[in-house]
Design a protein around this ligand. Structure first.
Ligand code: SF4
Ligand code: SF4
Length: 288
């Protein structure tokens, strides 16, 4: 089963939920944790994995053979990202804007465009406390997170429980990470910002057809509007984590919650079994 852990808003406790869910499960199941927040991966701070593989990630970018080029301009016309321009007798490629879609080389009438790999980041694979740990890291200055996320997700092994730590927000990298999940946990906080961003995240997962539930973090602050919204929209709140200075202290020291306050291990196991039941019953309904 693949469970993605997302949040409309940054700083809500998404990594706290993803890492502690994986650590709690690792005692009774074969678990993978994929950190797909490739612009700012931080799950490794809590799991402290030992990495044994590192693979660079490349995207194909155009390389123009000006001997063959007639400067017809078709490559520039087809590029939706303005990553290639034809100015008089010159073809300029802007590698940082190129999405590696291949349209320009496919459509070049003179077969003047070859594709060369450009490194945009790395995927690292390791182990920690019985968990297979994989994360992606986008190189500084690069903008193309989805190809790295796809590379990280290529390591999903069927038959295992896979937890995916997703970037905050609802943009392309989030959609890339969440799609294909059996269930998405949306972590939020009981504040107006938390509610606003939760509504956007719920629209996204509904569009993707992924069932979801909410984890409400730092309860005790803010108001009841997130709970009222979830009730109205028939979205289950599967776990509430109180605002607690001890949880914040552990987090700031990179100590997983289930290791600092061990009773939370049961809490996260219960959360997993609840998700498992819901995902199975939803998939049963879809089959009927
Ligand atoms: S489409 Fe091909 S031939 Fe035309 S300008 Fe681009 S590289 Fe040159
Ligand atoms: S590969 Fe795609 S994004 Fe890159 S320059 Fe060609 S058309 Fe543009």
């Amino acid at each position: 089963m693949i469970i993605s852990v997302a949040s409309g808003k940054g700083g809500t406790g998404k990594t706290l939920v993803a890492t502690n869910l994986a650590l709690s499960l690792a005692r009774e199941d074969r678990v993978q944790l994929l950190d797909c927040d490739v612009e700012e991966p931080d799950a490794h701070i809590f799991l402290k994995p030992i990495f044994n593989q590192s693979k660079p990630v490349f995207i194909p970018i155009p390389q123009v053979d000006e001997e063959k080029c007639t400067y017809c301009g078709q490559c520039a016309e087809v590029c939706a990202y303005k990553a290639i321009a034809v100015i008089k007798k010159h073809v300029l490629v802007f590698p940082e804007l190129c999405h590696g879609c291949g349209a320009c080389s496919y459509l070049c009438p003179e077969d003047a465009i070859a594709e060369v790999g450009r490194e945009i980041g790395v995927v690292e694979i390791g182990n920690s406390k019985g968990i297979e740990f994989i994360h992606g890291k986008l190189s500084i200055g690069e903008a193309m997170a989805p190809p790295i996320i796809r590379e990280v997700k290529d390591h999903i092994v069927q038959g295992r429980t896979t937890i995916i730590d997703v970037a905050p927000g609802t943009s392309c990298p989030v959609v890339e990470a969440v799609k294909g999940s059996d269930f998405c946990l949306l972590v939020t906080e009981p504040t107006p910002f938390g509610l606003n961003d939760l509504t956007l995240a719920i629209e996204m997962v509904r569009e993707l057809g992924v069932p979801c539930g909410v984890v409400l973090n730092r309860t005790g602050v803010g108001d009841k509007k997130v709970e009222d919204y979830c009730l109205k929209e028939n979205i289950p709140i599967l776990l509430q984590i109180p605002l607690d200075i001890e949880i914040a202290r552990l987090y700031s020291r990179g100590i997983p919650l289930v290791e600092g306050i061990t009773k939370y291990r049961e809490t996260f196991l219960k959360l997993f079994h609840d998700i498992e039941q819901r995902a199975q019953s939803i998939s049963g309904e879809r089959d009927d």
